[in-house]
Design a protein around this ligand. Structure first.
Ligand code: UTP
Length: 475
C-alpha cells in the first residue's frame, strides 16, 4: 500500500492521525509503520472500538447460572478411589510414552511485578534464588528422567520479551535440557486504543502495542508451527501452565489420566475459594457448557450464595492450570477463524501526542484488549475439573509485596517443601506456632513430587533450625 491508499483506508475508520508523522519518517520507518498498519484487520478493529470502547460490554448472566461439576482432589469412596488409581496409572503411561508436552505462557508484561526482564527470569527460589524458568526446566529434566522419556517444552513469549527469554536459556545452557526439545513461540500483539476510540502511537513509526492475552496462545501454537511439531512428535495432550506459578505440578499423572479417561478436550485444575470474593474466575455452567465467569463479572449475591450445608455454591475457582487435547487445539485453529471474546482493561499507556511528545499518563488513558484462555472452555465438548489442594500447587507471583508476591511465594514454597519432607518422615524444625523455623528449598531437579522425596529419604539431611537448607541429591 502506498501513502495515499493507506491514508484513505485509515480515514474511512477515523484513524488517519496514525500517519501524522509520516513526512519525517525515513524509508525504513515508513515500512515498519506500513507493515504494522496493514497487519490489522480494520473491520474487526472498528467493531472492537464500537463494542468495547464506545459502549463497554455488560456481561449478562443467565438467571439459572449453575456451578460446574468438579472432581474432588481426593477420592470420596472406594469406587472413586479405584477410578483415580486407574486414571493415575494411565497418566503415568501417557507421560512415559511421550504423549504429553509442556506449554508455558510467558508473554505477559508483568506490569504489577515491575521486574525489568521477562517474568520467567525472576529469581524466586528461597535459598538459591533460582529463576522461575530454571525451576520449571529442572522439573522437566527430572520428569524425563523419572519416566525415561523425552518431554518437549513450548514457551510462549511476546515480541517484547522473546529475545531476552531465548538469550536467558542460551546463556544458561537450557538448564540441562536438550535445546531441540525447548521451543519458543511468539504471541500476537494488539494496539492500545484511547478512551475516545483512537489507536495510539508509541513512536512516530509504531503503534502502542501489547500482547493479545494468554488466549492468544492457541493461535500462536498454530501459526508458529508448534502444533505441527507436536503432531510429528506424537503428542496427544498439552499441559498448560502460567510462568508465574512455581508450585504447579507440570505433569500430574492423576490430572492427565482423568482428562484422558474422560476424553476431555480441555481440563482445568480447580481451587476451592478461600473467600467468596477471592479474585479467581468462577467455574460455571451456561447452556451445559463449562464457562469461567471472572470475579469482576460475578454479582456479589451469587458469589456469596451458600447451599443447605452452608458451602459456597460457586466454590471452585480457576488457578489457570489446564490440559488440552492436541486434536482440540487443532480443531479450534484449523480454519484460522478462532475468535475468542475480548476482555478490556483500562490502563496507563504511554503515547505520542499530536506534537510528537511521548506522554506518560498519570491516569488510565487507554483500553488494552486481551483474550483469555479459559474462554476456550465453552467450545470443548467435554471438560474435566479436578480440584486441587491450594497449598500444593498455587503460589502465583504477581506483585512485589502483599498478596501473590515474591514474599508470599517464598513462604508457600517453604511450607510445601516442609510438608513433603515431613510426610516422608524427615523432621522439620517448627516454631511454637507451628510455622517452619528454617528456610528449605527442594531442588526440582531431584524432587518433582512427594514420591521423589519418599524414595530418597535416606539421602536427605534433615533441615537445620533457622538455617537456609538447600536439598538436592548432589549435596
Ligand atoms: P497475568 O494476567 O497475570 O498478566 O498473566 P502479566 O502480564 O503476567 O502481569 P500484569 O497483569 O501485567 O501485572 C498470567 C499469565 O499469562 C501470561 C503471563 O505471562 C502469565 O504467565 N500472559 C498474559 C501471556 O503469556 N500473554 C499475555 O498476553 C498475557
Amino acid at each position: 500500500m502506498d501513502y495515499q491508499q493507506l491514508y484513505e483506508h485509515l480515514s474511512s475508520y477515523g484513524q488517519e492521525h496514525l500517519l501524522d508523522f509520516w513526512p519525517r519518517l525515513d524509508e525504513q520507518s515508513r515500512q515498519r509503520l506500513t507493515q504494522q498498519l496493514s497487519s490489522i484487520n480494520w473491520e474487526m478493529m472498528h467493531e472492537c472500538i464500537k463494542n468495547y470502547i464506545q459502549e463497554p460490554p455488560i456481561t449478562e448472566l443467565p438467571p439459572d447460572l449453575q456451578p460446574a461439576p468438579s472432581f474432588p482432589s481426593e477420592p470420596e469412596d472406594e469406587e472413586q478411589e479405584a477410578f483415580y488409581e486407574a486414571a493415575e496409572e494411565e497418566g503415568c503411561d501417557l507421560i512415559a510414552d511421550g504423549k504429553v508436552a509442556g506449554f508455558t505462557v510467558a508473554g505477559g508484561q508483568g506490569t504489577r511485578l515491575g521486574h525489568n526482564a521477562p517474568k520467567g527470569t525472576l529469581p524466586i527460589s528461597p535459598v538459591r534464588n533460582k529463576s522461575l524458568f530454571q525451576l520449571f526446566a529442572e522439573g522437566v529434566v527430572r520428569t524425563q528422567e523419572k519416566y525415561c522419556t523425552e518431554i518437549p517444552w513450548y514457551i510462549m513469549t511476546s515480541p517484547a520479551n522473546d529475545e531476552p527469554t531465548r538469550l536467558f536459556f542460551q546463556e544458561n545452557d537450557y538448564f540441562g535440557l536438550d535445546p531441540d526439545n525447548v521451543m519458543f513461540l511468539t504471541q500476537g500483539m494488539l494496539p492500545a486504543i484511547s478512551l475516545d476510540g483512537k489507536l495510539l502511537l508509541s513512536a512516530p513509526d509504531s503503534l502502542a502495542l501489547s500482547p493479545d492475552g494468554h488466549g492468544g496462545c492457541l493461535k500462536a501454537l498454530k501459526e508458529s508451527g508448534a502444533l505441527a511439531d507436536m503432531g510429528q512428535r506424537g503428542i496427544e495432550h498439552i499441559s498448560y501452565w502460567q510462568v508465574d506459578n512455581p508450585l504447579v505440578h507440570m505433569f500430574d499423572p492423576l490430572f492427565i489420566g482423568l482428562h484422558a479417561r474422560m476424553e476431555a478436550e480441555m481440563s482445568c485444575r480447580g481451587l476451592i475459594k478461600n473467600d467468596p470474593l477471592e479474585k479467581l474466575g468462577n467455574f460455571c455452567l451456561i447452556d451445559d457448557r463449562v464457562t469461567v465467569i471472572e470475579y469482576s463479572d460475578m454479582p456479589e449475591d451469587l458469589a456469596r450464595m451458600t447451599d443447605e450445608s452452608g458451602e459456597l455454591v460457586f466454590r471452585v475457582g480457576s488457578p489457570a492450570i489446564h490440559l488440552f487435547q492436541l486434536s482440540f487445539v487443532e480443531k479450534l485453529t484449523g480454519d484460522n477463524e478462532l475468535t475468542l471474546p475480548f476482555h478490556r482493561a483500562v490502563k496507563k499507556v504511554p503515547y505520542l501526542d499530536d506534537r510528537g511528545r511521548l506522554i506518560e499518563p498519570n491516569e488510565p488513558n487507554a483500553v488494552k484488549l486481551e483474550t483469555f484462555i479459559f474462554d476456550a472452555l465453552p467450545l470443548a465438548e467435554e471438560v474435566v475439573i479436578l480440584e486441587v489442594d491450594r497449598q500444593e500447587q498455587f503460589a502465583p507471583v504477581k506483585q512485589k509485596t502483599g498478596t501473590d508476591s515474591i514474599e508470599s511465594c517464598h513462604r508457600l514454597m517453604n511450607e510445601r517443601a516442609a510438608r513433603w519432607l515431613e510426610e516422608a518422615g524427615v523432621p522439620v524444625p517448627r516454631k511454637q506456632d507451628g510455622s517452619v523455623n528454617c528456610t528449605i528449598e527442594l531442588s526440582p531437579r531431584d524432587f518433582v513430587d512427594p514420591e521423589d522425596v519418599r524414595d530418597n529419604v535416606s539421602k536427605i539431611k534433615p533441615p537445620q533450625p533457622e538455617e537456609e537448607n538447600y536439598i538436592s541429591l548432589e549435596n
